[in-house]
Design a protein around this ligand. Structure first.
Ligand SMILES: Nc1ncnc2c1ncn2[C@@H]1O[C@H](COP(=O)(O)OP(=O)(O)OP(=O)(O)O)[C@@H](O)[C@H]1O
Length: 287
């Protein structure tokens, strides 16, 4: 579904006029399958976040391509509403001048603005791939959405936000709060609500629980697991925390110095082949 094919990325090192480049990603090929949680684990500086940005279409690879459903994610229409992100810095992820409601609504508004282009993709060539049933369901959803917005846009928005807040375990009173009025765990739940608001097929989570207290981490991981099965989404879970990854992921990609070192199903972790994967596991997991 989300595929990374022979991707390379380098950055200029030592200032704008320097000719030196650091090769951060080296011929990376991997796939996040429909409905799975793929963990990208590796040491600090191994290139995990760079890979995440490329998977989100935020940066262009020097070589290779990232595709979603067969299409290049650099095309905004391909990723809009289908791929979203949750980052580590939940406080800076939220605009301080927006209420929780407006922050959660932002991606949906952007998706609506994209309108015709979005529909071209939804009902274009994919219609035949996905079959008639899917397109009927989609049409019904769009009609319902239009119907709601014609009747009472504010009420419909508030109801949608309340539903999303409930799904991340927060009550409607949070709707009018601002980022500075939230705890870390609450802010991250809002970022998750925002990420699921367009019912994406895939979420890239980059160190999404790393800054939270351990007890809050567990709650947020449990929440992510529940939402994943509710929405039938895929996750790309980028982390250096193997314990957290083992809790939520189906497969691990061990990432080392910009390369895929080893890929393995989580239930097979005891049988990793590479020294690097063994070393990372030994430091963090006691079997
Ligand atoms: N925009 C950029 N410009 C220049 N160098 C960059 C840029 N982004 C990343 N790098 C470099 O690429 C390397 C990999 O960084 P990246 O953040 O992808 O690693 P990481 O595995 O996510 O690390 P961490 O776990 O510490 O976040 C680092 O050496 C970093 O300095």
């Amino acid at each position: 579904m989300l595929t990374v094919e022979q991707v390379e990325k380098s950055y200029v090192q030592g200032g704008m006029f320097s000719k030196q480049r650091q090769q951060v990603l080296k011929k990376v090929t991997l796939e996040c399958r429909p409905g799975e949680c793929l963990g990208i684990v590796g040491e600090s500086g191994s290139g995990k976040s760079t890979l995440g940005r490329l998977m989100l279409g935020l940066e262009r690879p020097d070589q290779g391509i990232v595709r979603f459903g067969g299409r290049d994610v650099m095309d905004r229409r391909v990723r809009m509403g289908r791929i979203s992100a949750v980052f580590q810095n939940y406080t800076s992820s939220m605009n301080p001048f927006l209420t929780v409601q407006d922050a959660i609504m932002e991606p949906m508004k952007a998706q609506r603005k994209a309108g015709p282009g979005q529909q071209m993709i939804e009902h274009g060539p994919q219609k035949t791939e996905r079959g008639q049933l899917k397109s009927v369901k989609e049409r019904h959803r769009l009609e319902q959405r239009n119907h709601e917005s014609v009747l009472s846009p504010q009420k419909a928005a508030a109801a949608k936000v309340d539903m999303l807040l409930a799904q991340v375990g927060l009550d409607p009173s949070y709707r009018l709060k601002y980022a500075h009025e939230l705890s870390g765990g609450e802010a991250q739940r809002i970022c998750i609500a925002r990420a699921i608001s367009t019912e994406p097929k895939c979420i890239v989570l980059d160190e999404a629980v790393s800054s939270l207290d351990v007890s809050v981490q567990i709650q947020v991981l449990q929440l992510l697991k529940t939402l994943k099965s509710l929405y039938k989404m895929s996750f790309v879970f980028i982390t250096h925390d193997i314990q957290a990854a083992a809790y939520i992921c189906d497969r691990f990609v061990f990432f080392r110095e910009g390369r895929v070192e080893e890929t393995i199903a989580v239930e097979q972790l005891k049988h990793v082949q590479s020294d690097y994967a063994r070393k990372l596991l030994k430091h963090q997991i006691s079997f």
